[in-house]
Design a protein around this ligand. Structure first.
Ligand SMILES: *Cc1c(COP(=O)(O)O)cnc(C)c1O
Length: 379
């Protein structure tokens, strides 16, 4: 969904004085904060670095635990491992495919310090309940909203406002709803977390005399206060993101239109369950991931997918439960069977094409491909 205004926005930067982190990054941060209703926003070179700094900013002790979803990209859990914490996995709700306050409660120990819910496919978790759980146990909360820019919580407010969390992390990778090519952002309402995120993004270095440990003797002087990173966003990335963000409402409208068409067409199709949207929530659907009962269909998922390919319909499978990854098994010794709902979901899921550029004809072709494959017809 790169259009000519996006191209122009990026080209302009190449004639401007700043190439990396400058006024366009600040403008993008203001635009994201405003859009999601948060006080502060810090842009990062991707969401993974944003997640890393979000966990670092909380200064939790090594050896403590954070609870996240297994139905996510590995980065949601890796950020805790980077900081010496142990990622712990709570099962998903069988309808929303999100973690809940109940499933997270079942994983609490005296070492738990952090809850890291993931808004899978764009549908926000029940943050009111998760926030209440965190408050009652003195836990911190980071929302992984990589899928959920433009989504609305059940209380009618935008994802990212951090009403029930410390920080929210967005991704602007090209597969996500709004892209910077690579990019991420962390929103927060807490000025101390904001200051730490800014510091960690750039080597832990500050040039702000009010933050220094000794009076600044000269204008070139800076102090390194933390062991930080180089996780900056470039001006080109920010310009692309700013331009894309202006079309978020249009992207969301078209995504929801396509989802409605799919849901209607697939409502009566056997061996298939369309995605559920919780009451009050408005998902800016990042994925359209129905469940298929491949067993009762008498097809393997690979065979099913191959038939879709013969209609020139692409698809993807998301997500392999994170704790079943070799590194996780080796490092934490977690065994299969830990999260039965997430494992059952993984066996049955297959995501169909969903992006605003899909035409009604494309959508009709996807519908036909799925129906005919389930009916056992050949193209
Ligand atoms: C894409 C994604 C990330 C990582 O985003 P990057 O910007 O590629 O680092 C993290 N969490 C989830 C749920 C994602 O889908």
């Amino acid at each position: 969904m790169i259009d000519e205004t996006d191209v122009q926005a990026v080209l302009e930067v190449l004639h401007a004085p700043y190439l990396t982190q400058g006024p366009r990054v600040e403008e993008f941060e203001r635009a994201v904060a405003e859009r999601v209703g948060a006080k502060y926003c810090v842009a990062f070179c991707n969401a993974t670095s944003g997640l890393h700094c979000a966990v670092r900013a909380l200064s939790l002790d090594e050896g403590t635990e954070g609870i996240t979803s297994p139905n996510t990209f590995v980065a949601s859990a890796n950020c805790m491992a980077y900081c010496g914490m142990t990622p712990v996995f709570a099962d998903i709700d069988p309808r929303t495919y999100n973690v809940t306050a109940e499933t997270m409660s079942a994983r609490l120990t005296d070492r738990t310090r952090l809850l890291l819910p993931v808004h899978f496919a764009g549908q926000p978790c029940d943050m009111e309940a998760i926030g209440a759980l965190a408050k009652s146990r003195g836990l911190r909360v980071i929302e992984d909203a990589a899928h959920a820019i433009g989504s609305i919580y059940a209380d009618g407010t935008p994802v990212g406002n951090c009403r029930h969390s410390d920080m929210t992390v967005f991704s602007f990778h090209p597969v996500k709803t709004v892209t910077c090519a690579e990019g991420g952002a962390v929103t927060t309402n807490d000025p101390d977390l904001y200051r730490r995120l800014v510091l960690l993004r750039t080597h832990g270095i500050t040039k702000d005399p009010s933050q220094m440990t000794s009076p600044s003797p000269a204008p070139w002087y800076y102090e390194m206060l933390e062991l930080g990173y180089n996780y900056r966003m470039t001006e080109m990335q920010a310009a692309l993101g700013r331009s894309q963000l202006k079309r978020l409402d249009a992207f969301k409208t078209r995504r929801r239109e396509i989802v409605a068409k799919y849901n209607e067409a697939f409502a009566d199709v056997p061996h298939m369950r369309t995605p559920y949207e919780a009451p009050g929530v408005s998902s800016c659907f990042h994925l359209y991931a129905p469940r298929f009962d491949f067993k009762s269909m008498g097809l393997t998922r690979a065979e099913f997918g191959k038939r879709l390919h013969s209609y020139e319909v692409g698809w993807q499978v998301l997500y392999i439960p994170v704790y079943t990854q070799p590194w996780y098994e080796r490092t934490y010794g977690v065994r299969r069977g830990l999260c039965p709902e997430a494992e059952a979901y993984y066996e049955e899921t297959l995501a169909l094409p969903l992006y605003p550029k899909l035409t009604d004809d494309d959508v009709a072709r996807v519908i036909r491909a799925v129906r005919e494959t389930i009916e056992g017809k050949q193209p």
